[in-house]
Design a protein around this ligand. Structure first.
Ligand code: P1T
Length: 385
């Protein structure tokens, strides 16, 4: 099945009693048993839910995986990955990740004896230098939030295979429409489904996808044992949204390309970053790695730019009208954010300085509105800057 067909049909069967075309919301916590231990395969809502299962199977198919495990947030999914490990284990992570991921790794699970090395994973040599005898996983975010730095997944996957360590990839910024890490050799893909997968800014959720039976067993055990599962209605909303993922991703990329080009022509900015701009230092890698399954390249809707002061950034952020100043991304409506004070406020200033996340950095999540309206909105916010 091709991607656009899988987005609409994978994991979904007509409901057997009525023939309902769309899987119903099974809003129940438990299932009747005919005798102790004799049941339909469904015992308890934390362990199994048919609506959640349909959504998990659908995303697993889109990511070229075999098993999906849904969670109540992206961070709940990321925290479940960390529970594969034990005290003394070492993880190499991309130095620029979402602020909440950094906070969880450093301030929560780091206290329980997991050790982290934060490196610029865009250069494989940095990963090699950080490797120790206790390294168990490399955790990559690509493109990074918000600096849009890429890591070469195929190269890193070869290294991980050689060293027999796991490769986990946060694929939130591109969605499986533009990047499928499992096809490039990764072991684990994780998403905040809050973003492009749901795409309508009305759900908080997360998912892990794998294609290895042993990892699938471990995540099935952890999902049930830890219990950070989404409710059926949230699972259903994501499933509904996935049907239009290809259409939305193409529209995000088209609009973002126009906005990135407009911003890069404007003198107000020190830098403008978008992986599909030829000026992006990893443009070639983006062309290779960010590909839909039918061969179209594209880099979704995240664009960042830097002005030389916080005051200038604030001025622009507050003047925008169609772009709403808010955390989050990946919805049909355009958002804008000031990462230093919002999404990455929990990253220490020294680390923000190291990765180039300055107070003048503005992050756009370009939605699917009419591009002319978005460009006009930005143009009026830039008047006098
Ligand atoms: O918010 P939650 O569903 O828990 O997802 C966390 C998360 C994980 N990974 C990436 C790459 C993310 O961007 C996020 C959440 N990010 C934002 C809320 C944001 O505005 O950047």
């Amino acid at each position: 099945m091709k991607f656009a067909t899988a987005a609409i049909h994978a994991g979904q069967e007509k409901e057997p009693r009525t023939g309902a075309v769309i899987p119903p919301i099974f809003q129940n916590s438990t299932y009747a048993q005919t005798a102790p231990g004799e049941h339909t395969g469904y015992e308890y809502g934390r362990t199994q839910n048919p609506t959640r299962e349909a959504m998990e199977k659908n995303i697993a198919a889109l990511e070229s995986g075999t098993h999906g495990f849904a969670f109540s947030s992206g961070l709940a999914a990321i925290s479940t990955i960390s529970q594969l490990f034990q005290q003394g284990d070492h993880i190499i992570a991309t130095e620029n990740v979402y602020g909440g991921t950094y906070r969880y790794f450093t301030q929560v699970i780091g206290k329980f004896g997991l050790n982290f090395s934060w490196v610029d994973t865009s250069d494989l040599q940095n990963i090699k230098n950080a490797l120790t005898t206790t390294t168990k996983m490399i955790f990559i975010e690509t493109p990074t939030n918000p600096m849009l730095v890429l890591s070469d997944l195929a190269d890193i996957a070869i290294f991980c295979r050689e060293q027999q360590i796991l490769l986990a990839v946060d694929n939130t910024f591109l969605s499986p429409y533009f990047q499928r890490p499992l096809e490039l050799g990764a072991d684990i893909v994780v998403h905040s489904t809050t973003k492009y997968l749901n795409g309508h800014s009305d759900v908080i959720g997360g998912i892990i996808v794998v294609k290895d039976e042993t990892l699938a067993e471990k995540f099935s055990f952890l999902q049930n044992s830890v219990g950070a599962v989404p409710g059926p209605f949230d699972a259903w909303l994501v499933l509904r949204s996935l049907k239009t993922l290809p259409l939305r991703m193409q529209a995000h990329a088209k609009n973002a390309g126009k906005i990135a080009a407009f911003l890069s022509d404007h003198p107000a900015f020190e830098t403008v970053s978008y992986p599909d701009l030829p000026s992006h230092p990893q443009y070639e890698l983006a062309q290779k790695q960010h590909r839909s399954s039918d061969g179209k390249s594209g880099s979704a809707g995240m664009v960042t730019c830097i002005v030389d002061s916080f005051e200038k950034a604030q001025n622009i952020l507050c003047k925008l009208r169609i772009f709403t100043l808010a955390e989050s991304l990946g919805g049909v409506e355009s958002l804008v954010c000031h990462p230093a004070s919002m999404t990455h406020a929990s990253v220490p200033p020294e680390m923000r300085a190291k990765i180039g996340l300055s107070d003048g950095l503005i992050r756009f999540s370009v939605g699917v509105e009419d591009a002319d309206d978005l460009l006009q909105d930005i143009a009026q916010a830039l008047e006098g800057v």
